[in-house]
Each structure stands twice: as C-alpha cells, then as structure tokens.
Design a protein around this ligand. Structure first.
Ligand SMILES: O=C(O)CCC(=O)C(=O)O
Ligand SMILES: [Fe+2]
Length: 288
C-alpha cells in the first residue's frame, strides 16, 4: 500500500535523490562519508534482524513500554510491549495507538493538529541488551562512541548511541536534527521507510513563523499549508530505505522519516574525527 498523502512532506523544494553507493574499499567509503551529504549502501543485516527477533521472544509478558506520536511528540502513551507488537503487525492503519495504551504526557502548546500513528520510544539496551553489540558496516571501530564502556552513557547522562525502532506502517518522525552534532546511520532490518533530508544551511528556511511549526521550531512538513512555504532554492534529498540498506545522515541535517510498511530499524549515533570537537563542545555546553 502507498503512503497516504497526510503522512508525506508537502514542501515545494527541489527534489534530489539520495544516491545508493557501492564502495569498493575503505578509502572510497571514507571519501564519501567525508562529503557530509546523505547516501545509502546495501548491507547484509540479517544477523541484526535475527538477534532482534530472538530478543523480542524474551521480553517478559508484563513489560511496559512508552510510545509517542512523532519526533517531536505531542503525546506519550504507555502500555504492554506485547500489545504494541500486536498493533505493529495487525492493527489497521487508521488505528493510532495500541490497545490499552494511556496518555502519560501531553504537550498542549503544540501548534500542529496532525495526529500520527504511535511508535515505540523506549526500546533500549535494558530491553534489548544485544543492541550494544550491533555494528554498522564500514563504520565499525571508527565510531568513537562504541569504544566507551556501555555504562558510561548512563553514568554521565549522555544518550546511548544505540536506538532500536520497531515501527508500524505510516509512523512519522517529523522534521528534526539529531542531538550533539552526531552523524547517524539508520539500518533497515525489516520493512521499508522513506526519508527526506535538508542540509544544515537551510535550517532558517524551514523555521518560518508564518507557517505551522512544531514544538522544536521547525515547520510541520506534513501540514498542507507548507506547500506555500518559499523554498524553491532549497534541495529536499529523498530516498527509499529498503530492507538490508543503511542510510547515512550527516550531522545537523534535518530529517523527516515515514515508514511505508511495518518493520524494524536500528539507528546508531556516530562520532568520529570529523565531529568529535563539535560533539564534545555540545556536551560541555549543555552541562554549564
Ligand atoms: O526512523 C525514524 O523514524 C527516525 C529515525 C531518526 O530520526 C534517527 O535515527 O535519528
Ligand atoms: Fe533523528
């Protein structure tokens, strides 16, 4: 089934297709990564999928999880993990959240009226310990964050680099960029997503006050009024993220991601020589 119009970005920008590259060696990969423009690669992610599926089997019946309607969220709900899995796999697409999930937090100041389908927010190492060992092809040991002890992040109040997404069809992460100048790799273990990216030089272009905005200040790309936003000189990089592909999102690139089918992704924050000083600077700033 095609993604319904209500979940797609309405920007009238110049469309650029995110390239799918097949690097032959480390040097070629590094050269492409260093450009800081988005790209896709093919990769065998079957062992990560197998590990995720076996961990799902081990989640206790009484385990609760939180879900949210989008990044950034209007509301957070909480309920049983097993009801969530049932919703991901079987609920019709007009069902916005899983059975028995009640609101535990609401952001009433949110301008946008759009209601997206909920997806899981809290699928971290406490539930899926094996994700600490997940590695992204070509990046592997070059990601400094993976050399830190796993308890380092909790001890220092730093976000863990490992994010697991088990998503229903048509869940949306609205316009945002990732914390602390990290680069991000999204590995699609199962199912499909579409991604839309905008370079950091256009942050102001998509934060215009006269148009509907999200709680994070960016315009709500899904709102039909956004079709009028003046952005003809801006490039909107778009790409299909298919099973066994990895999407690289450079630091501070705005991204909007919508799932096309139910599925699973593993996302890893990356800090290497290119963004180490930005990352450190950002951590320091938030602590003084
Ligand atoms: O896949 C998504 O829905 C959003 C992922 C994302 O924003 C990220 O990994 O940084
Ligand atoms: Fe993100």
């Amino acid at each position: 089934m095609q993604i319904p119009e209500q979940f797609l970005p309405k920007l009238n920008a110049r469309r650029v297709t995110i390239p799918l590259i097949s690097p032959l060696d480390e040097q070629e990969f590094s050269n492409h990564f260093a450009r800081e423009t988005p790209f896709l690669i093919e990769a065998d992610l079957s062992s990560l999928l197998r590990s995720t599926l076996s961990q799902i089997q081990k989640v206790p019946k009484e385990q609760k999880i939180k879900t949210f309607d989008s990044i950034p969220y209007r509301e957070i709900r909480e309920g049983l993990f097993h009801n969530y899995m049932d919703y991901v796999e079987h609920a019709p697409s007009n069902c916005l959240f899983p059975e028995g999930f009640d609101v535990v937090e609401e952001r009433l100041e949110s301008v946008t009226e759009t209601k997206f389908r909920h997806y899981a927010l809290s699928l971290n190492e406490s539930l899926f310990p094996e994700i600490e060992g997940f590695r992204i092809p070509w990046i592997e040991e070059r990601n400094y964050l993976l050399n830190l002890q796993s308890n380092f992040f909790q001890t220092h109040g730093i976000t863990s680099p490992h994010w697991l997404f088990i998503h229903p069809a048509f869940s949306v992460s609205n316009a945002h960029y990732d914390h602390d100048s990290v680069h991000t790799a999204i590995a699609q273990l199962k199912g499909r997503k579409k991604a839309y990216l905008i370079s950091p030089e256009h942050h102001a272009t998509v934060q215009q006050e006269q148009f509907p905005r999200l709680p994070n200040g960016f315009n709500d790309f899904s709102n039909p009024l956004i079709a009028q936003l003046p952005c003809r000189d801006m490039e909107l990089w778009e790409g299909d993220l298919r099973e066994n592909q990895v999407l690289f999102i450079p630091r501070r690139w705005i991204h909007y991601v919508v799932s096309e089918t139910p599925g699973m992704s593993y996302s890893q924050d990356i800090v290497n020589s290119s963004n180490l000083s930005d990352w450190l600077g950002s951590l320091f700033k938030t602590r003084i």
